[in-house]
Design a protein. Structure first.
Length: 99
């Protein structure tokens, strides 16, 4: 998603750094900020994909939290789901943004 900010939205490293700093405060973390930036831009390009993007992002985030911060074993089927979610997110980004 950072690549989208550089390549498609033509933001400089300094712009991203400044926006991310404030956005992380306002939106309770970097990942929430960047998801919000992409979601808002995606809404202007194809609002029908926003729901899918947010859904897959949310599910992937939930699995990552369980895997990284909680003492929960992630079953192979859930790991495969995570891979599928990330591929779908990448497909949405590739389809709607210059990468």
């Amino acid at each position: 998603m950072l690549h989208v900010l550089f390549k498609d939205l033509h933001k400089s490293e300094d712009e991203i750094e400044q926006e991310a700093k404030q956005g992380s405060i306002d939106e309770n973390g970097f990942h929430n900020w960047i998801k919000g930036v992409i979601t808002r831009e995606l809404f202007t390009r194809d609002f029908n994909l926003v729901r899918d993007f947010n859904n897959f992002f949310g599910q992937l985030k939930s699995l990552r939290i369980k895997a990284d911060y909680k003492n929960i074993i992630i079953k192979e089927s859930k790991a495969k789901d995570a891979l599928s979610f990330s591929k779908t997110i990448n497909e949405i980004l590739s389809e709607k943004f210059e990468i």
